[in-house]
Design a protein around this ligand. Structure first.
Ligand SMILES: [Zn+2]
Length: 400
């Protein structure tokens, strides 16, 4: 169905419904009123059919002024405009409903809520918040308004307000993502660290831990601070809990593990070995993270990468094509191949959201597309074909 026929069908339904509704609600309308109403609607439909949406909108708005019974139809028209991306028109329709003098309070709230959705869609966050806050206090739209508010605060990175709204949703038993609160505290901890305030960062991480004892992100941040402060035993324990919890997070663990091992001097490699040994089932995740994180220098990781290169069919094929046996690569060859894979990986998506399928080159704690927390997982295979194609299209600038 083309957009044109879609609008035509919609308009016919709209007029039919409006006039039918009008007739049902008012068994004996004044002949003149009914005629004017019908005239305005028909004019609106004509404008729509002739691709004159602004004039159509005017005609419908005039019809709305004449007829209070068709408010539901106007809600439908408003939300259709919004869904089509014609937000200005949706805003006009909903403002028009809100401004009606005689309106049922529930319908006025509904119109306000719709208007807030229009503003959100238009990126006018301040205006949306202004409408949503009273709606979030009580009434039929309370939970939806709170959820929209939390989305806005997350987008604006206003974590204290996100925490407040989360608490309200939690009290109502309606928080959609129970772990989000721990991320808000982690975000505050990161901001404190960036401002050079370690004490405040530790306080926020404590709050994150109090909310969710298995907060991997909080443990990783706490481990970073522990390494900085020379408390290597604590850092190892924290990284160990994350490794034990979630193999997919090796990508986040690896740079901290390398930092810890380097800080540990002679004992560094043994520390890596202990952590790796805790997850014999996660060889692929660990090898992948070691390639991406450039930590193949540590012997326990080099061994896992070697196994990975031999096991991954595409990579092993590439190694064989270069005249080597993937099972007997020397240390230098393992590092060279890892470096090539790392460069390829820098140009192709490596993570995918388990909720919406969004893929990206970098790791996000919150999916940029669906806004879910903790839903990204690494793709454990390197996309050699796409990577080589891109590398060919954009030759490295540092080479001859
Ligand atoms: Zn997603």
């Amino acid at each position: 169905m083309t957009a044109h026929t879609f609008w035509l069908l919609l308009a016919l339904l709209f007029v039919g419904g409006a006039i039918g509704f009008y007739a049902a609600r008012r068994p004996r309308p004044s002949v003149l009123g009914a005629e004017r109403l019908r005239g305005n609607y028909l004019a609106g439909v004509n404008f729509l059919v002739n691709d004159q949406p602004d004039r159509a909108l005017e005609a419908f708005l005039q019809a709305a002024e004449l007829d209070e019974a068709t408010v539901e139809t106007h809600f439908a028209l408003g939300s259709l405009y919004r869904r089509r991306g014609e937000v200005d028109r949706a805003i006009r329709i909903h403002q028009n409903i809100v401004a009606r003098e005689r309106l049922d309070p529930a319908q006025r709230d509904q119109a306000r809520f719709a208007l807030a959705q229009d503003y959100l869609r238009a990126g006018l966050f301040d205006r949306a918040v202004k409408i949503l806050e009273p709606l979030a206090a009580s009434g039929a739209h309370r939970i939806s308004a709170l959820r929209m508010l939390i989305g806005i605060h997350e987008q604006e990175r206003d974590w204290p307000r996100a925490i407040e709204v989360f608490r309200e949703l939690e009290r109502a038993g309606r928080a959609l993502q129970p772990d989000a609160i721990a991320h808000y505290f982690c975000e505050l901890a990161i901001a404190a660290r960036e401002a050079g305030d370690s004490e405040e960062a530790l306080r926020q991480l404590k709050a994150a831990h109090a909310e969710r004892r298995r907060c991997a992100r909080g443990a990783l941040l706490r481990a970073e601070i522990a390494i900085e402060q020379g408390d290597l035993a604590l850092a190892e324990r924290l990284l160990g809990t994350v490794v034990g919890q979630e193999a997919a997070l090796m990508i986040e663990v690896m740079p901290r593990l390398a930092q810890l091992a380097r800080a540990g001097g002679a004992g560094g490699e043994a520390c890596v070995a202990r952590l790796v040994a805790a997850r014999p089932d996660a060889g692929a995740e660990i090898a992948f993270a070691a390639i991406i994180g450039d930590t193949v220098e540590f012997a326990p990781l080099e061994q896992l990468v070697r196994d990975y290169l031999a096991r991954d069919e595409a990579v092993a094929g590439l190694v064989r094509a270069s005249g080597r046996d993937p099972a007997t690569l020397d240390a230098q060859a393992v590092r060279d191949i890892a470096a090539v894979l790392r460069r390829l990986a820098a140009t192709t998506p490596r993570y995918r959201c388990t909720n919406c399928g969004f893929s990206s080159i970098g790791h996000f704690w919150q999916c940029p597309a669906c806004k879910n927390w903790d839903s990204q997982r690494p793709l454990l295979r390197f996309d050699l074909v796409a990577g080589l194609d891109k590398a060919r299209a954009q030759p490295a600038t540092d080479g001859p």
